[in-house]
Ligand binder design. Structure first.
Ligand SMILES: [Zn+2]
Length: 193
C-alpha cells in the first residue's frame, strides 16, 4: 500500500501534497510536531538508554582504533538489528560512517532496503550524507546523543524532514549520554592535535 503511494508520488507530482498528507496522517500522534527536533521522554522507549549505551560502546571501539569515535545501533521492535562504528580510516573509504554501515548491515540482514519499522541510536547528530542515507532507508526515528558543532544550521533536521521528500523521520535529541559522547570526540581530537 505504502509502496504504491510512493511510486504514484514519483509519477504524479500534482498529487504529491495529498499523498504526503495521507502519509503524515498515518503516522502516530507523536509525529505531529515532527518539524522540530524532539526531546526524548521516558515513555518513548523504555530501552532507549540501553540502545544508546550500545552506541557509546561502538564509539569507544572506534576511538581505540584511531577512528572518529561515533557509534550507531539500529533497532527494530526492541531488538538490535545492527551495530557499527566509523571505519573510514581502516578501510580508507569516505562513505564508511557508523550510520551508513549500520544501514548496510540491516538491509542485508532484513533483506530489504526499506527500514521504515526501524529506528537508529547514534552518538552524534548525523552528517548530511548519513541523513540522506537515513532518509533513503526510510527509518522512522533517529535518536542522537550530542549535537554536531555546526548544528545551528539544522541541516540534519532539514534533510530528515524536508517537505520535498516523501518520507519524514523523527529526530530526537536524548541528552542522557551527551557528556560521554561529546567527551569521546573532544578527547579524540585533542590527541590528534
Ligand atoms: Zn555521517
Amino acid at each position: 500500500m505504502k509502496k504504491n503511494a510512493d511510486s504514484k508520488n514519483n509519477l504524479m507530482h500534482e498529487n504529491k501534497t495529498t499523498l504526503r498528507t495521507k502519509h503524515a496522517l498515518s503516522k502516530s500522534a507523536s509525529k505531529s510536531d515532527a518539524c522540530a527536533i524532539e526531546k526524548s521522554t521516558s515513555s518513548q522507549n523504555v530501552h532507549a538508554e540501553d540502545f544508546m549505551r550500545l552506541a557509546i560502546l561502538e564509539a569507544q571501539k572506534a576511538f581505540k582504533k584511531g577512528e572518529v569515535p561515533i557509534g550507531a545501533v539500529l533497532v527494530r521492535g526492541g531488538k538490535v538489528i545492527a551495530k557499527a562504528h566509523n571505519m573510514r580510516e581502516k578501510k580508507q573509504n569516505a562513505l564508511l560512517h557508523a550510520e551508513v554501515i549500520c544501514i548496510n548491515k540491516a538491509c542485508s540482514r532484513l533483506g530489504s532496503w526499506r527500514l521504515d519499522d526501524c529506528e537508529m541510536f547514534v552518538t552524534l547528530e548525523p552528517c548530511p550524507m548519513c541523513a540522506g542515507a537515513i532518509q533513503n532507508a526510510r527509518l522512522s526515528r533517529v535518536t542522537f546523543a550530542c549535537e554536531e558543532k555546526t548544528s545551528s544550521d539544522h541541516l540534519c533536521q532539514k534533510i530528515l524532514q524536508s517537505p520535498r521528500l516523501n518520507h519524514t523521520c523523527t529526530l530526537v535529541h536524548d541528552r542522557t549520554f551527551e557528556a560521554e559522547a561529546a567527551t569521546l570526540l573532544s578527547d579524540f581530537f585533542k590527541l590528534r592535535r
